[in-house]
Design a protein around this ligand. Structure first.
Ligand code: NDP
Length: 248
């Protein structure tokens, strides 16, 4: 059986790194791990040494067209195919009310969290189409992008929340535009990473609102959802790492 080929962005640390670790442990997989600077991605380099035939590092900066196209060209050259893309890279570093949110923070969140997945999709889709099973494109979104959930006080995350709402829209749009594609936004849980630690340091009340899981739990759940995903005739859903459907 030919291996399933994955491309993961933001694989340098956090949830992305756990996704690559868990995929690398599977015998029937080739995983391309995206990092802004692969020469500094020491954890990924260690995985590459352990699983040289299964793990490849690619340079991937969100929204950089050249990086995205060169990364996909490397996937094509090495694996000849691409089956699953997880657009995981993201930022959250602006904890303000809407009145106080700096416009450059809005812009930065949209570049990384929305243009990032779009540029990755644009570069990857021609190769994804060659997948022998249904190609899959999963942007890692967030419950804070839900209009029902993310707008509720006390969460001050206008730049982050609107960017994740936008990526939900994008995933739904891709689902309808490309009938061969399984495109679902996935919420990874509230996960113990640098991003969550930073958010909690600004909004300690988040600890009471959401219970924290490890990157390993999150990655295992995401991969279970990704593996099982099929096109649902009722349309796309924002899906949690535990498989439940979430309010948009
Ligand atoms: P981390 O901050 O731990 O890791 C973020 C990853 O994204 C890093 O690998 C980072 O690379 C990469 N990244 C950031 N900016 C860029 C950029 N401009 N170009 C390329 N890569 C970039 O975050 P998490 O692991 O927690 O988050 C992963 C995803 O999960 C994000 O999309 C986030 O929004 C989402 N999420 C996380 C939640 C949580 O509780 N942790 C909750 C809901 C959603 P580098 O190391 O070079 O900075």
């Amino acid at each position: 059986m030919s291996p399933t080929v994955y491309l993961i962005s933001g694989a340098n640390r956090g949830i992305g790194l756990s996704l690559v670790e868990q995929l690398a442990a599977r015998p029937d997989v080739i995983v391309f791990a995206g990092a802004r600077d692969p020469t500094k991605a020491l954890a990924l380099q260690a995985l590459k040494s352990k699983f040289p035939e299964r793990v490849y590092l690619v340079k991937l900066t969100s929204a950089n067209k050249q990086d995205n196209e060169e990364a996909v060209a490397k996937v094509s050259e090495i694996a000849g195919r691409l089956d699953v893309v997880i657009a995981n890279a993201g930022i959250s570093n602006a904890f303000y009310s809407s009145l106080d949110t700096p416009l450059d923070a809005m812009q930065e969140h949209f570049v990384v969290n929305v243009l990032g997945p779009l540029a990755l999709f644009q570069a990857a889709y021609p190769l994804l189409k060659t997948s022998t099973s249904s190609p899959k494109f999963f942007p890692v979104s967030s419950l804070l992008g839900s209009i029902q959930v993310g707008t509720v006080p006390p969460i001050k995350a206008t730049a982050y929340g609107t960017s994740k709402a936008a990526v939900n829209w994008l995933a739904a749009r891709l689902y309808y535009e490309y009938p061969d594609l399984i495109s679902l936004p996935i919420h990874p849980g509230t996960v113990d990473t640098d991003m969550a630690a930073n958010a909690i340091s600004h909004m300690p009340e988040l600890i009471e609102k959401f219970s924290m899981i490890t990157t390993e739990e999150s990655a295992a759940g995401i991969l279970k959802v990704v593996d099982a995903a099929k096109r649902d005739e009722s349309g796309p859903k924002m899906t949690s790492y535990d498989g439940s459907a979430l309010p948009w």
